[in-house]
Design a protein around this ligand. Structure first.
Ligand SMILES: NC(=O)C1=CN([C@@H]2O[C@H](COP(=O)(O)OP(=O)(O)OC[C@H]3O[C@@H](n4cnc5c(N)ncnc54)[C@H](O)[C@@H]3O)[C@@H](O)[C@H]2O)C=CC1
Ligand SMILES: O=C(O)C(=O)Cc1ccc(O)cc1
Length: 372
């Protein structure tokens, strides 16, 4: 099967079906590469908004046939939408970006659909906000984009989806559906459940207690702000794999609980073995955390944090970044929070370890206030 090609890294016209966060971000990324993008969404407002934001043109009956159709709809309708688009565009490759993969393929096979031109995919990039307005052209930049071949898929279709992922800025990774679903259960779906469960414990705290929140709880609960409707569908769609990983977490929590209960109940807090259980849990966490790849999929890197107190005034952050640039240092990541009751912001600059000392000296010389 030949895939029509034009500008934008050899990619022909792309039709994006579902113009929320992911569909709009994809349209923006592809448009920046010169790819022709058309947009479709059952919500006329969502579609027109994506168009207004620059993600592509509204789909019309006169459009040239798309080379690739990307279904970026909620997971529970993806199978039906893919089937409809395979029928409507008999020469196009059809992919989807749903966060679960076996369920979509299973739905298509159960419906007797010819899946030769269907190859699922999943960009491992997103935000805790939904809708076109949250779309960003650089969302997929350097992030893994899983391409999911299956036993019936045409190799040319697999290649077309790989080209699409690359054109959007992603780093394509090929993986069968079941392997993908097991992996994302551990790296995405259970973390979402854990973040939501931890954040739920804050709901009824007093204002004074929640006011003590620091960066740790913010880091652990960031994705608890995600869309409940979308995530219910994701968890339903990957129930088996999520249940396996969550079961392991449940067992580990049980062991920690037993250790803590032992310490609480033992009048002398002797509780033999309890301390070893807690230390092992924390050390295992260190080991797991160290396995997370660095920015853009590079090997894990431990950055050094340089913490700067900045006056809460317009332009201060821009001045700080400019000064760091003038010191010749690349900022690998940043974190920010406002100091409670003070008109300053606390900015953590994460830099390569060898750059930290010269940067501290340079910033101090430029009058910045550093803190531990
Ligand atoms: N939100 C995230 O961080 C990520 C989401 N995904 C996947 O991307 C897909 C879209 O998610 P978001 O963009 O976050 O959701 P969203 O809620 O921002 O957008 C979904 C869009 O799909 C449209 N839609 C609803 N029913 C439809 C149908 N039958 N046909 C076509 N469009 C329909 C909605 O009107 C809406 O504009 C989901 O399958 C999700 O699993 C993948 C990676 C990350
Ligand atoms: O916000 C984050 O850190 C994410 O990892 C977002 C995300 C959400 C859903 C996906 O299917 C993939 C990525």
């Amino acid at each position: 099967m030949s895939v029509p090609r034009e500008a934008g890294r050899g990619l022909g016209p792309v039709l994006v079906v579902g113009t929320g966060l992911i569909g709009t971000s994809l349209g923006l990324a592809l448009r920046a590469e010169g790819v022709t993008v058309t947009l479709s969404d059952p919500s006329p407002t969502a579609c027109a908004l994506a168009r207004d934001l620059g993600a592509g043109a509204l789909e019309t009956a006169d459009d040239p046939e798309p080379a690739v159709v990307v279904v970026a709809a909620p997971p529970d309708v993806v199978g039906a939408v893919v089937a409809a688009r395979l029928a409507a565009h008999p020469h196009a490759v059809v992919t989807d970006v749903a966060s679960v993969k076996s369920a979509v393929l299973g739905d298509l096979l159960a419906a007797g659909v010819d899946v030769t031109r269907y190859v699922g995919s999943h960009p491992m990039a997103g935000r805790e906000r939904s809708g076109a307005i949250a779309g960003r052209a650089d969302l997929f930049q350097g992030r893994p984009w899983v391409v999911v071949p299956h036993e019936h898929s045409d190799p040319a279709a697999v290649e077309a989806v790989t080209v699409l992922a690359t054109a959007a800025g992603g780093a394509p990774v090929r993986m069968p559906a079941h392997e993908h679903d097991e992996a994302v259960a551990a790296v995405s779906h259970v973390p979402q459940v854990a973040a939501s469960l931890v954040a739920a414990r804050l709901r009824d705290l007093s204002t004074d207690a929640v006011g003590l929140a620091g960066q740790g709880v913010r880091d652990v609960t960031r994705i608890a702000a995600s869309d409940p409707a979308l995530w219910t569908q994701i968890l339903v769609g990957n129930a088996a794999a999520v249940s396996t990983v969550l079961g392991e977490l449940h067992t580990a929590i049980g062991e920690v609980l037993d250790a803590l209960d032992g310490l609480r109940e033992d009048a002398d807090a002797e509780a033999p073995g309890a301390r070893a259980t807690l230390a092992a849990m924390l050390a295992d966490g260190n080991a797991g955390h160290a396995r997370i790849p660095g920015k853009h999929g590079s090997s894990p890197t431990m950055y050094t944090t340089v913490t700067v107190l900045i006056p809460d005034e317009p332009g201060m952050l821009a001045r700080l970044f400019a000064d760091v640039g003038d010191e010749g240092v690349n900022i690998e990541d940043i974190r920010m929070e406002h100091a409670v009751g003070r008109l300053v912001g606390v900015v953590d600059l994460l830099v390569r370890p060898d750059a930290a000392d010269p940067l501290c000296a340079g910033l101090l010389a430029r009058g910045w206030n550093l803190t531990e």
